[in-house]
Structure formats: C-alpha cells, structure tokens
Design a protein around this ligand. Structure first.
Ligand code: DOR
Ligand code: ZN
Length: 343
C-alpha cells in the first residue's frame, strides 16, 4: 500500500462560519490540520479583538473532544477600523492577521473597503506592527470582466500597495492567474500567496462546459487551463512564497443550486487529499510537505508543527452531502472518488 507521511499541515485560509454550519464543518478541518487562519467575514464581520475572542471561543467549543486544533484569528479591515485596534491586535496572542476585502468583491464583503487609498493610514500601522495583511485581490468595477478582476487588481491596486508599504507582509489569497503568480514571484519575500485545491484541480470548463455546475463556483472564479498550469507550477515549485489555503467556503446546497448561486467551494472534508491528488498528477508529491506544512508557518512567524499525518492511496467515495437536519452542504467532488485517504 502506498502511503505518504507529512508533518501535520495547516490551512492558511478557511471559512468555518458559525452556529450549526460551524459544528458541521469544523471537525473536518480539525481532523487534518494543526491550525487554520479563520476568515472574519461573518454577518456581522469580526472587526475587533473582542469579537475575535468571542468567535475563537465559539470555535473551540465546537471542536470534537480530544481534538488538538488551534484557530488563528483574523480581523476584518474596514474604513472604520481604529488605529488603536491594530495595536490591540498586535498585542493579542491569538489575532494573526487582518483581512481586506474590496467592498462588494465577494460573500459578506459589503463592509469591506470601497476606497483603498482611504485606509493607507491603517496599512501603515499594520506595517509598523508587522501584522500580515491578507488580501482578496479583485477589482470591483462592475464593468470589469469577472475573469479579469484579479489580474486588474494586481496590476493597479496591489502594485501600489506594495510600492507604498514595502515592508508590509501581504498574503495575496487564493491566487488564480498567471499574472498573480508572476507578481508574487517578482516581489520581495514579504509577499506570498495561498492556492486552493479547486484552482489546482480544475479549469473553468469544470464550471461551465456541458452544463453549469454551481459547486465549482467560487471567487475569484476558476480560470482557463493556462492559468491552472501556472498555479500547479507555483505550488509544486518548492518556492516558500506559495502555500496551502483551501478557502473552503461552505454554503447550504440550496443557496448554491439557485438562480443566483453563492460563491464558495466546500473542500474541508478532503482538503489534504485533494492537494495530494493535484501534486501527484504533477509528479510532485515530494513537494507537498513544504507547501502544506512548512512555508505558511514560516511566513506567519509561527513554529512548524511537529506531529504527523499519514495518507494512504485508497480510493474512497465522497458523500453527496454533509450535515443533518436543515444543514446540507455539497462537498467538492460529491459522489466522485478521491484516491488518497487520511488514516
Ligand atoms: O468563493 C468565495 N467564497 N470566495 C470568497 O472570497 C468568500 C467565500 C465565502 O465566504 O463564501
Ligand atoms: Zn476566502
């Protein structure tokens, strides 16, 4: 039997939501990962250290017994964020980053930033305290083509932010394009990126060819094959600028199978297995541990995990749905087989 043992990985970008959805999805992440960067786009968003403390408690109390898992909290940056909140975050033990959503870019981003120049004093404060800024990198101009929104953001807004704040640590989250990969490669070591399993495994045909498949719809939207190839190359290159961030983003099935379906792929049920498939297809399983278990921790200035997980090459069928009662969440690869299984 082929097996693969890795230092326990961490997920550097995840949505675990709250209440009943949190209880449904969290055990999957806690089973595979030592830690995860928790996205703050709840309704209302997690904007203060006090909010993050409450949310962290809710997450810890939703963990199955005997589970070792550390939620790494983030705060949602808004035009109203106080400079003093950034200092408080720097002094807290459990807030590890701020997340910036351009207003209207994605799910629960209404409270995000409409005028990025307006928050430059906040970015200066993040730079001063050396707190990472996590960016959803898409322009929001309704006239811009949805397939160009990341590329346009990188070319304009991100280039300007990096110029103005050369020492700010930035994670360009869930990169999806050749242009974003090239930007990260050409920037200094303080600029990194996460990559999701869906963007490594699929191109936009999975979403749109032969019928519209809403469970492949996420933002930034899945792009054409040449971009997927760039992402595979980056993820399997052994370059520490690229690391694992699933962006697992559960939505109830009926809200995705809808005339106006929500953005987000739920991948936590099989996260590390999905990455193992993508790396194996690229003949690069030897590069998975750095990507999944080392580079993110190094970037966030946190110690690497010391325990391990083992995957076995045993095909298993993904259930059609997770959850009970009124909670139904359709996972990535629902009803299909995955070749690797965590043991
Ligand atoms: O597809 C996405 N879903 N992209 C995001 O940026 C947000 C996320 C969500 O919260 O559902
Ligand atoms: Zn996300």
């Amino acid at each position: 039997m082929k097996t693969l043992t890795l230092t326990k990985p961490d997920d550097w970008h995840i949505h675990v939501r709250n209440a009943a959805v949190l209880k449904t999805v969290l055990p999957h992440t806690a089973k595979q990962f030592g830690r995860a960067i928790i996205m703050p786009n709840l309704k209302p968003p997690v904007t203060t250290v006090a909010d993050a403390l409450n949310y962290r408690e809710e997450i810890l109390s939703a963990l199955p017994d005997e589970t070792q898992f550390e939620p790494l909290m983030t705060l949602y940056l808004t035009a109203q964020t106080e400079l003093s909140e950034i200092k408080k975050a720097a002094e807290s033990e459990f807030v590890h980053a701020f997340k910036m959503y351009p207003a209207g870019a994605t799910t629960n981003s209404d409270a995000g930033v409409a005028n990025i120049c307006g928050i430059y004093p906040l970015l200066a404060e993040l730079e001063k305290y050396d707190i990472p800024l996590l960016i959803h990198g898409e322009v929001t101009d309704p006239l811009s083509d949805i397939f160009d929104r990341e590329h346009l953001f990188v070319k304009s807004t991100l280039t300007e932010i990096v110029d103005k704040f050369p020492n700010l640590r930035i994670v360009l989250e869930h990169v999806t394009t050749t242009e974003a990969v090239e930007f990260v490669l050409s920037a200094g070591p303080n600029i990194a990126a996460t990559i999701t399993p869906q963007h490594l495994l699929y191109n936009r045909n999975a979403l749109l060819a032969g019928g519209i498949r809403p469970h492949y719809y996420c933002l930034p939207i899945i792009k054409r094959e040449s971009h997927r190839q760039s992402l595979i190359k980056a993820a399997t290159s052994g370059n520490p600028k690229f690391f694992l961030g699933t962006d697992s983003a559960p939505h109830l099935t009926h809200t995705k199978e809808n005339a106006c379906g929500c953005a987000g792929c739920f991948s936590a049920h099989a996260a590390i297995e999905l990455y193992a498939e993508a790396f194996e297809l690229a003949n690069a399983l030897d590069k998975l541990e750095g990507f999944a278990s080392f580079y993110g921790a190094d970037f966030y200035h946190l110690p690497r995990n010391t325990d391990t997980i083992t995957l076995e090459k045993t095909p298993w069928s993904v259930p059609l749905s997770y959850g009970e009662d009124e909670i139904h969440i359709t996972p990535l690869k629902a009803g299909e087989e995955i070749n690797w299984k965590i043991i």
